[in-house]
Design a binder for this molecule. Sequence first.
Ligand SMILES: Nc1ncnc2c1ncn2[C@@H]1O[C@H](COP(=O)(O)OP(=O)(O)OP(=O)(O)O)[C@@H](O)[C@H]1O
Ligand SMILES: [Mg+2]
Length: 300
Amino acid sequence: MMNRMAFASDDVIISVRDLHVSYEDPLGDPLPVLRGVSFDAHHGETLVIMGGSGCGKSTLLNALIGEIQADSGSIFYRLPALGEIDLASATRERRDDLRRRIGILFQSGALFSSMTVAENIALPLREHSQVDQAVIDIMVAIKLQQVHMLEHRDKYPSQLSGGQKKRAGLARATALDPAVLFYDEPNAGLDPVTSAAIDTLMVDMSKKLGVTSVVVSHEMDSAFRIADKMILLDQGRVLRSGARDDFERIRRADFDALSNDEDRRIHQFLTGEARGPLMDNEGMSEYEKLLVGIALPPRE
Ligand SMILES: Nc1ncnc2c1ncn2[C@@H]1O[C@H](COP(=O)(O)OP(=O)(O)OP(=O)(O)O)[C@@H](O)[C@H]1O
Ligand SMILES: [Mg+2]
């Protein structure tokens, strides 16, 4: 069960190797989304996963939390008090143990609309711990204080702004003091000021709680504010992974001064320029080609 070879170094918390994930397209053919993804997340670091819309970022997050099963490859966790967990072969019980140590902030915030903010945050505490209500109330207050939401504790989600929902979602994701936090597009739909405030909260959370964070983000300014390390996915593979500064150098470079094609692709993605080599269709599935064939007149 234990696989000591899985971890490149002592402070690796998550180790992903040659991960393949596919869905089925409407014709019943396999639709490969992740085609051999490998990376390590180290203790306490913030890892930002980037890539074009539909490239498989949410799929990767879902595979990492065990929501969807990989076709092949491995995901190993090594968490304090839990030891090593191989997600593919772990028992139900071990997976539940793991889920209790993981916090998730979904793309939408995903608060329960019939519960107040305070009740939403109390929920994981009630489900996963034996402490009594008075203690839960105190823990909820502490969590709300951390995200500056204490004054909104008795509101329902429909009475909150987008940024307040994200903050409440963040408080809920951290309710059980997780070792790992996953975020899917935490800044989506927020104005720049609120977005920056969420970034500060995320950085605070990881520094205060010592958590390892894996963040999917489209927002480049935010990504560069929070990342220690970055991964750029393209066509189901890791196009580049490295330190934030390595990406920063390519981002700031002049396109025409970049000599290799891969650096140009990365530059194009990071700066959001339409021109460049990222738009070719080599990764299209048969189904997508069929759709394009329907949508576009045949070429002369
Ligand atoms: N349940 C599913 N069944 C079939 N195909 C799916 C399913 N979920 C996602 N896909 C497809 O898999 C691909 C990757 O989707 P995913 O949601 O991981 O992309 P993403 O990188 O998170 O995109 P975005 O940035 O737009 O959120 C897309 O082409 C999507 O259409
Ligand atoms: Mg997504």
